[in-house]
Design a protein around this ligand. Structure first.
Ligand code: ZN
Ligand code: ZN
Ligand code: ZN
Length: 265
């Protein structure tokens, strides 16, 4: 499986509008961060039993989805997993029309009960469409998930997390887990992370925050998970890429937009 970090920034993005801090003014391209999202591409060629099945799985439809898809030449989206419905994770939802056009089919979306209800409420124009469609509407099939399910031959394990008081989902596929937007992993979710070797996890900044892990809190969680490789995401302008990486323990680094990870089976 190949994982591409489409966006590694917090909800404001980096640079933030109107900010003159060192990170927002940095010339290092790693310090330019769009809103959080990843793409997981399952292996499988023409000879594979999964050929033609689901292979390109998007996690969230970030505000920056269009530019992320262009920057990373994302040609297919077969399925979308939603973590939660904060604006930074869903406000690019209209961009999936392009995939509907190219693939000539609706896209299956998977989320927990609260997120499905929230998507229907926030995007009534999609799910309760008017008679006149104009430029077209995203064609999405929502599926409520309550536990592990299979996509393209791969087991997808939802990982319940807490984002402040809000329950949200991380996702695990094989030895990889994506745990954005969290500041607590409940006791019942730790066993679901057994055997994870590569993790992308929320770390907003050094100072504590009420709904996101700090860098130190994320490092503690990574050590408990026992991952070989860890990448911090949902990063604010408090963390410069090079300076922060120089201080992180071995095996832990900041994610960046366009980072590609190869995940062994
Ligand atoms: Zn700044
Ligand atoms: Zn959030
Ligand atoms: Zn977020």
């Amino acid at each position: 499986m190949k994982v591409t970090v489409l966006g590694s920034g917090t909800s404001h993005g980096v640079p933030a509008i109107g900010c003159d801090c060192a990170v927002c003014r940095s010339s290092d391209p790693h310090d330019r961060r769009t809103r959080p999202s990843i793409l997981m591409q399952l292996d499988g060629d023409a000879g594979s039993p999964f050929a033609g099945a689901v292979r390109s799985i998007l996690v969230d439809t970030s505000t920056d989805l269009r530019m992320q898809a262009l920057a990373n030449d994302v040609r297919r989206v077969d399925a979308i997993l939603f973590t939660h419905t904060h604006a930074d994770h869903v406000f690019g939802i209209d961009e999936v029309r392009r995939y509907n056009h190219m693939q000539r089919s609706p896209i299956a979306c998977f989320a927990d009960q609260g997120t499905v209800a929230s998507l229907k409420r926030m995007f009534a124009y999609i799910f309760e469409p008017p008679k006149q469609q104009g430029g077209g509407l995203p064609q999405l099939s929502l599926f409520e998930i309550g536990g592990e399910f299979t996509l393209g031959g791969a087991a997808v394990v939802p990982i319940p997390l807490f984002h402040g008081n809000l329950p949200i989902l991380g996702f695990r596929v094989g030895t990889f887990a994506y745990l954005t937007d969290c500041n607590r992993i409940p006791d019942t979710s730790w066993p679901l992370l057994d055997g994870v070797r590569t993790v992308i996890i929320d770390a907003l900044r050094h100072r504590p925050h009420s709904t996101h892990f700090s860098v130190a809190e994320a490092v503690t969680a990574i050590q408990r998970i026992g991952a070989d490789r860890a990448y911090l995401t949902h990063i604010s302008h408090d963390l410069g890429h090079a300076a922060t990486n120089a201080q992180l323990p071995a095996g832990v680094e900041l994610a960046y937009d366009g980072l590609v990870l190869e995940i062994a089976e």
